[in-house]
Design a protein around this ligand. Structure first.
Ligand code: BG6
Length: 348
Protein backbone atom coordinates (compact mmCIF):
# COMPACT_ATOMS: atom_id res chain seq x y z
CA UNK A 1 0.00 0.00 0.00
CA UNK A 2 1.09 3.55 -0.70
CA UNK A 3 0.28 4.75 2.83
CA UNK A 4 -0.69 8.27 1.78
CA UNK A 5 2.11 8.75 -0.78
CA UNK A 6 1.19 9.46 -4.42
CA UNK A 7 3.47 6.73 -5.76
CA UNK A 8 5.41 3.73 -4.52
CA UNK A 9 8.64 5.31 -5.71
CA UNK A 10 8.39 8.31 -3.37
CA UNK A 11 7.25 6.05 -0.53
CA UNK A 12 10.26 3.81 -1.09
CA UNK A 13 12.65 6.78 -1.31
CA UNK A 14 11.34 7.83 2.08
CA UNK A 15 11.92 4.35 3.50
CA UNK A 16 15.65 4.40 2.77
CA UNK A 17 16.79 5.32 6.27
CA UNK A 18 14.92 2.28 7.63
CA UNK A 19 16.15 0.02 4.81
CA UNK A 20 19.73 0.90 5.71
CA UNK A 21 19.15 0.56 9.44
CA UNK A 22 17.68 -2.92 8.93
CA UNK A 23 20.45 -4.04 6.57
CA UNK A 24 23.08 -2.86 9.09
CA UNK A 25 21.60 -5.59 11.30
CA UNK A 26 23.12 -8.20 8.92
CA UNK A 27 26.63 -7.27 10.07
CA UNK A 28 27.33 -10.43 12.11
CA UNK A 29 26.20 -12.70 9.29
CA UNK A 30 28.36 -10.77 6.83
CA UNK A 31 31.32 -11.10 9.22
CA UNK A 32 30.92 -14.90 9.15
CA UNK A 33 31.10 -14.86 5.34
CA UNK A 34 34.14 -12.56 5.35
CA UNK A 35 35.91 -14.87 7.81
CA UNK A 36 35.28 -17.84 5.54
CA UNK A 37 36.50 -16.27 2.31
CA UNK A 38 39.22 -13.82 3.28
CA UNK A 39 42.15 -16.25 3.41
CA UNK A 40 41.54 -17.71 -0.02
CA UNK A 41 40.69 -14.82 -2.30
CA UNK A 42 43.11 -12.73 -4.30
CA UNK A 43 40.61 -11.22 -6.70
CA UNK A 44 36.99 -10.06 -6.61
CA UNK A 45 34.63 -9.82 -9.58
CA UNK A 46 31.22 -8.17 -9.26
CA UNK A 47 28.48 -9.14 -11.71
CA UNK A 48 25.16 -7.30 -12.07
CA UNK A 49 22.77 -5.34 -14.32
CA UNK A 50 21.25 -1.85 -14.18
CA UNK A 51 21.17 -0.15 -10.82
CA UNK A 52 22.77 -3.20 -9.19
CA UNK A 53 25.71 -2.67 -11.57
CA UNK A 54 26.16 0.82 -10.18
CA UNK A 55 26.20 -0.56 -6.63
CA UNK A 56 28.90 -2.96 -7.84
CA UNK A 57 31.05 -0.11 -9.20
CA UNK A 58 31.03 1.45 -5.74
CA UNK A 59 32.14 -1.96 -4.44
CA UNK A 60 35.19 -1.88 -6.71
CA UNK A 61 36.28 1.52 -5.39
CA UNK A 62 35.75 0.34 -1.80
CA UNK A 63 37.52 -3.00 -1.98
CA UNK A 64 40.45 -1.68 -3.99
CA UNK A 65 40.97 1.40 -1.81
CA UNK A 66 40.35 -0.25 1.58
CA UNK A 67 41.73 -3.74 1.03
CA UNK A 68 43.87 -3.53 -2.10
CA UNK A 69 42.44 -6.71 -3.65
CA UNK A 70 42.09 -6.32 -7.44
CA UNK A 71 38.39 -5.97 -8.18
CA UNK A 72 36.47 -5.64 -11.38
CA UNK A 73 32.88 -5.18 -12.36
CA UNK A 74 31.17 -6.99 -15.21
CA UNK A 75 27.76 -6.50 -16.74
CA UNK A 76 25.99 -9.85 -16.37
CA UNK A 77 25.13 -9.91 -20.07
CA UNK A 78 28.85 -9.57 -20.90
CA UNK A 79 30.10 -12.00 -18.26
CA UNK A 80 30.77 -14.98 -20.48
CA UNK A 81 33.61 -13.26 -22.31
CA UNK A 82 35.59 -13.09 -19.04
CA UNK A 83 34.52 -16.37 -17.45
CA UNK A 84 37.65 -18.22 -18.54
CA UNK A 85 39.83 -15.89 -16.49
CA UNK A 86 38.20 -16.91 -13.17
CA UNK A 87 39.69 -19.43 -10.78
CA UNK A 88 39.17 -20.81 -7.28
CA UNK A 89 40.85 -17.79 -5.71
CA UNK A 90 38.34 -15.42 -7.29
CA UNK A 91 35.28 -14.42 -5.28
CA UNK A 92 32.43 -13.60 -7.67
CA UNK A 93 29.82 -11.34 -6.10
CA UNK A 94 26.38 -11.17 -7.74
CA UNK A 95 24.19 -8.20 -6.91
CA UNK A 96 20.50 -8.44 -7.71
CA UNK A 97 17.43 -6.93 -6.13
CA UNK A 98 15.11 -9.62 -7.50
CA UNK A 99 17.50 -12.56 -7.54
CA UNK A 100 15.74 -13.58 -10.76
CA UNK A 101 17.36 -11.51 -13.53
CA UNK A 102 18.12 -13.99 -16.32
CA UNK A 103 21.46 -12.44 -17.33
CA UNK A 104 22.66 -12.56 -13.74
CA UNK A 105 21.50 -16.14 -13.09
CA UNK A 106 23.18 -17.36 -16.26
CA UNK A 107 26.46 -15.81 -15.15
CA UNK A 108 26.02 -17.24 -11.64
CA UNK A 109 25.69 -20.76 -13.04
CA UNK A 110 28.89 -20.26 -15.04
CA UNK A 111 30.84 -18.79 -12.10
CA UNK A 112 29.83 -21.68 -9.84
CA UNK A 113 31.92 -23.95 -12.09
CA UNK A 114 35.19 -22.33 -11.05
CA UNK A 115 34.82 -19.96 -8.14
CA UNK A 116 33.22 -19.18 -4.81
CA UNK A 117 30.06 -17.16 -5.35
CA UNK A 118 28.30 -14.67 -3.11
CA UNK A 119 24.85 -13.23 -3.91
CA UNK A 120 23.59 -9.96 -2.42
CA UNK A 121 19.83 -10.17 -2.92
CA UNK A 122 16.70 -8.50 -1.62
CA UNK A 123 13.96 -11.02 -2.52
CA UNK A 124 13.98 -13.92 -0.09
CA UNK A 125 14.11 -17.42 -1.49
CA UNK A 126 14.80 -16.18 -5.03
CA UNK A 127 16.82 -18.27 -7.49
CA UNK A 128 20.10 -16.44 -6.83
CA UNK A 129 19.86 -17.18 -3.10
CA UNK A 130 19.57 -20.89 -3.91
CA UNK A 131 22.41 -20.99 -6.41
CA UNK A 132 25.17 -19.00 -4.67
CA UNK A 133 27.63 -20.42 -2.11
CA UNK A 134 27.03 -17.47 0.23
CA UNK A 135 24.10 -15.07 0.49
CA UNK A 136 23.73 -11.62 1.99
CA UNK A 137 20.10 -10.69 2.40
CA UNK A 138 19.40 -6.97 2.08
CA UNK A 139 16.58 -5.87 4.35
CA UNK A 140 14.81 -3.26 2.23
CA UNK A 141 11.43 -5.02 2.30
CA UNK A 142 9.43 -5.46 -0.92
CA UNK A 143 10.09 -2.81 -3.57
CA UNK A 144 7.14 -2.15 -5.88
CA UNK A 145 8.34 0.83 -7.95
CA UNK A 146 10.14 -0.36 -11.08
CA UNK A 147 13.05 2.02 -10.48
CA UNK A 148 15.27 0.64 -7.72
CA UNK A 149 15.73 3.07 -4.81
CA UNK A 150 15.67 1.60 -1.31
CA UNK A 151 17.06 -1.70 -2.56
CA UNK A 152 19.99 0.19 -4.13
CA UNK A 153 21.07 1.86 -0.88
CA UNK A 154 20.57 -1.48 0.90
CA UNK A 155 22.87 -3.21 -1.59
CA UNK A 156 25.37 -0.43 -1.02
CA UNK A 157 25.34 -0.72 2.77
CA UNK A 158 25.80 -4.50 2.46
CA UNK A 159 28.83 -3.90 0.23
CA UNK A 160 30.19 -1.29 2.67
CA UNK A 161 29.83 -3.74 5.57
CA UNK A 162 31.49 -6.50 3.57
CA UNK A 163 34.39 -4.25 2.51
CA UNK A 164 34.91 -2.66 5.94
CA UNK A 165 34.90 -6.10 7.60
CA UNK A 166 37.32 -7.43 4.99
CA UNK A 167 39.59 -4.44 5.67
CA UNK A 168 39.04 -4.69 9.44
CA UNK A 169 38.24 -0.97 9.38
CA UNK A 170 36.60 -0.26 12.74
CA UNK A 171 36.39 3.45 12.05
CA UNK A 172 34.37 3.00 8.86
CA UNK A 173 32.10 0.42 10.53
CA UNK A 174 31.32 2.99 13.18
CA UNK A 175 30.67 5.76 10.65
CA UNK A 176 28.21 3.54 8.74
CA UNK A 177 25.91 3.55 11.76
CA UNK A 178 25.23 7.26 11.22
CA UNK A 179 24.17 6.88 7.58
CA UNK A 180 20.43 6.44 8.33
CA UNK A 181 20.50 9.79 10.18
CA UNK A 182 22.22 11.52 7.25
CA UNK A 183 19.57 10.16 4.89
CA UNK A 184 16.87 11.31 7.26
CA UNK A 185 18.32 14.83 7.16
CA UNK A 186 18.16 14.80 3.33
CA UNK A 187 14.57 13.53 3.36
CA UNK A 188 13.53 16.34 5.71
CA UNK A 189 14.69 18.83 3.04
CA UNK A 190 13.11 17.08 0.05
CA UNK A 191 10.88 20.09 -0.68
CA UNK A 192 14.00 21.89 -1.99
CA UNK A 193 14.46 19.25 -4.69
CA UNK A 194 10.79 19.44 -5.62
CA UNK A 195 11.24 23.18 -6.21
CA UNK A 196 14.47 22.73 -8.19
CA UNK A 197 12.84 20.08 -10.39
CA UNK A 198 10.72 22.74 -12.07
CA UNK A 199 13.88 23.99 -13.79
CA UNK A 200 14.49 20.62 -15.45
CA UNK A 201 11.06 19.43 -16.52
CA UNK A 202 11.39 20.71 -20.11
CA UNK A 203 14.96 19.60 -20.72
CA UNK A 204 15.85 17.06 -23.39
CA UNK A 205 19.37 16.21 -22.22
CA UNK A 206 21.30 16.28 -18.98
CA UNK A 207 24.78 15.39 -17.76
CA UNK A 208 25.76 14.08 -14.35
CA UNK A 209 29.44 14.21 -13.39
CA UNK A 210 31.53 12.95 -10.49
CA UNK A 211 34.98 11.56 -9.72
CA UNK A 212 36.05 8.52 -7.71
CA UNK A 213 33.26 7.49 -5.35
CA UNK A 214 31.02 10.14 -6.93
CA UNK A 215 31.32 8.67 -10.41
CA UNK A 216 28.87 5.78 -9.79
CA UNK A 217 26.55 8.32 -8.12
CA UNK A 218 26.56 10.29 -11.37
CA UNK A 219 25.87 7.12 -13.39
CA UNK A 220 22.96 6.12 -11.16
CA UNK A 221 21.53 9.65 -11.10
CA UNK A 222 21.55 9.67 -14.90
CA UNK A 223 20.00 6.20 -15.13
CA UNK A 224 17.16 7.23 -12.82
CA UNK A 225 16.39 10.33 -14.91
CA UNK A 226 16.40 8.24 -18.10
CA UNK A 227 14.26 5.47 -16.64
CA UNK A 228 11.39 7.46 -15.24
CA UNK A 229 11.57 10.94 -16.79
CA UNK A 230 12.59 9.87 -20.31
CA UNK A 231 15.18 12.64 -20.46
CA UNK A 232 18.37 11.67 -22.24
CA UNK A 233 20.93 11.72 -19.44
CA UNK A 234 24.57 10.73 -19.33
CA UNK A 235 26.66 10.01 -16.30
CA UNK A 236 30.31 10.78 -16.88
CA UNK A 237 33.57 10.64 -14.97
CA UNK A 238 34.24 14.36 -14.50
CA UNK A 239 37.82 14.07 -15.73
CA UNK A 240 36.71 12.33 -18.92
CA UNK A 241 34.29 15.06 -19.96
CA UNK A 242 37.05 17.03 -21.68
CA UNK A 243 37.91 14.01 -23.83
CA UNK A 244 34.70 14.20 -25.83
CA UNK A 245 31.32 15.06 -24.38
CA UNK A 246 32.26 18.60 -23.46
CA UNK A 247 31.59 19.29 -27.14
CA UNK A 248 27.90 18.89 -26.30
CA UNK A 249 27.85 21.33 -23.41
CA UNK A 250 26.43 24.69 -24.26
CA UNK A 251 24.00 27.24 -22.96
CA UNK A 252 21.37 25.88 -20.61
CA UNK A 253 22.42 22.23 -20.78
CA UNK A 254 21.87 21.04 -17.23
CA UNK A 255 24.89 19.50 -15.54
CA UNK A 256 24.48 17.90 -12.14
CA UNK A 257 27.83 18.03 -10.37
CA UNK A 258 28.38 15.67 -7.42
CA UNK A 259 30.94 17.32 -5.12
CA UNK A 260 31.31 15.75 -1.67
CA UNK A 261 34.16 16.84 0.61
CA UNK A 262 37.32 14.80 0.09
CA UNK A 263 40.42 14.35 -2.01
CA UNK A 264 38.77 15.06 -5.36
CA UNK A 265 36.86 18.15 -4.29
CA UNK A 266 39.05 20.73 -6.01
CA UNK A 267 39.38 18.72 -9.20
CA UNK A 268 35.60 18.36 -9.50
CA UNK A 269 35.25 22.09 -8.89
CA UNK A 270 37.58 22.70 -11.86
CA UNK A 271 35.34 20.47 -13.97
CA UNK A 272 32.36 22.48 -12.78
CA UNK A 273 34.13 25.63 -13.99
CA UNK A 274 34.73 24.04 -17.39
CA UNK A 275 31.05 23.36 -17.97
CA UNK A 276 30.00 26.68 -16.50
CA UNK A 277 32.35 28.50 -18.87
CA UNK A 278 30.33 26.94 -21.71
CA UNK A 279 27.04 28.21 -20.29
CA UNK A 280 25.79 25.05 -18.58
CA UNK A 281 23.10 25.29 -15.92
CA UNK A 282 24.81 23.74 -12.88
CA UNK A 283 23.02 21.87 -10.11
CA UNK A 284 25.60 21.31 -7.38
CA UNK A 285 25.17 18.54 -4.84
CA UNK A 286 27.65 19.13 -2.06
CA UNK A 287 28.34 19.79 1.60
CA UNK A 288 26.74 22.37 3.86
CA UNK A 289 29.22 25.23 4.12
CA UNK A 290 30.85 24.66 0.71
CA UNK A 291 30.94 28.36 -0.22
CA UNK A 292 32.66 27.83 -3.58
CA UNK A 293 30.02 25.37 -4.70
CA UNK A 294 27.21 27.66 -3.58
CA UNK A 295 28.77 30.57 -5.45
CA UNK A 296 29.41 28.69 -8.70
CA UNK A 297 26.15 26.71 -8.97
CA UNK A 298 22.84 27.88 -10.38
CA UNK A 299 21.06 25.63 -7.87
CA UNK A 300 22.45 23.65 -4.96
CA UNK A 301 21.37 20.91 -2.61
CA UNK A 302 23.50 20.65 0.51
CA UNK A 303 24.23 17.64 2.70
CA UNK A 304 25.79 17.21 6.17
CA UNK A 305 29.53 17.86 5.83
CA UNK A 306 30.37 14.71 7.84
CA UNK A 307 29.37 12.78 4.71
CA UNK A 308 32.69 12.71 2.87
CA UNK A 309 33.50 11.17 -0.50
CA UNK A 310 33.67 7.64 0.91
CA UNK A 311 30.19 7.76 2.43
CA UNK A 312 28.73 9.88 -0.38
CA UNK A 313 27.31 7.03 -2.53
CA UNK A 314 24.94 6.11 0.31
CA UNK A 315 23.56 9.63 0.83
CA UNK A 316 24.20 11.80 -2.23
CA UNK A 317 22.08 9.53 -4.43
CA UNK A 318 18.93 10.48 -2.49
CA UNK A 319 18.51 14.01 -3.93
CA UNK A 320 19.12 12.57 -7.41
CA UNK A 321 16.38 9.95 -6.93
CA UNK A 322 14.08 12.75 -5.75
CA UNK A 323 15.01 14.86 -8.78
CA UNK A 324 14.06 12.12 -11.24
CA UNK A 325 10.84 11.40 -9.32
CA UNK A 326 9.68 15.02 -9.30
CA UNK A 327 10.67 15.66 -12.92
CA UNK A 328 8.69 12.55 -13.90
CA UNK A 329 5.61 13.74 -12.00
CA UNK A 330 5.92 17.27 -13.45
CA UNK A 331 6.03 15.72 -16.93
CA UNK A 332 2.80 13.90 -16.04
CA UNK A 333 4.40 10.47 -16.32
CA UNK A 334 3.90 7.50 -14.02
CA UNK A 335 7.18 7.02 -12.12
CA UNK A 336 6.07 3.63 -10.82
CA UNK A 337 5.55 2.16 -14.28
CA UNK A 338 8.03 3.49 -16.81
CA UNK A 339 7.33 2.44 -20.36
CA UNK A 340 9.27 -0.53 -21.73
CA UNK A 341 10.75 -1.44 -18.33
CA UNK A 342 9.95 -4.33 -16.02
CA UNK A 343 10.90 -4.79 -12.39
CA UNK A 344 12.55 -8.06 -13.24
CA UNK A 345 13.72 -9.22 -16.67
CA UNK A 346 13.71 -12.98 -17.05
CA UNK A 347 14.95 -13.17 -20.63
CA UNK A 348 18.57 -12.84 -21.75
C1 BG6 B 1 16.22 -4.00 -14.84
C2 BG6 B 1 15.38 -3.12 -13.95
O1 BG6 B 1 15.59 -4.58 -15.87
O2 BG6 B 1 16.93 -4.92 -14.02
C3 BG6 B 1 16.39 -2.28 -13.18
O3 BG6 B 1 14.51 -2.29 -14.72
C4 BG6 B 1 17.28 -3.19 -12.37
O4 BG6 B 1 15.72 -1.38 -12.31
C5 BG6 B 1 17.91 -4.29 -13.24
O5 BG6 B 1 18.31 -2.44 -11.77
C6 BG6 B 1 18.60 -5.36 -12.42
O6 BG6 B 1 17.66 -6.02 -11.60
P1 BG6 B 1 18.07 -6.90 -10.38
O7 BG6 B 1 16.77 -7.43 -9.80
O8 BG6 B 1 18.92 -8.02 -10.90
O9 BG6 B 1 18.81 -6.04 -9.43
Amino acid sequence: EKEGYDHFMIKEINEQDAAIRNTLGEKDKIKDIVDEVKETINRVVFVACGTSYHASLTGKYLIESLVGIPTEVLLASEFKYSAKALNDQTLVIFISQSGETADTLKALDAANETSKTLAIVNVRGSSATRKADYVIQTQAGPEIGVAATKTYVSQLIAIYLFSALLADDADLLKRLEKVPDYIDEVLKKQGIIREISNNYKRDKDAFFIGRGFSYPIALEGALKLKEISYIHAEGYAAGELKHGPIALIDKNIPVVVVVPPGQDHNKIMSNLQEVKARGADVLGIGAIGDKDLIKESDNVFLINSEVDDILAPLVYIVPLQLLSYHVSVLRELDPDKPKNLAKCVTVE
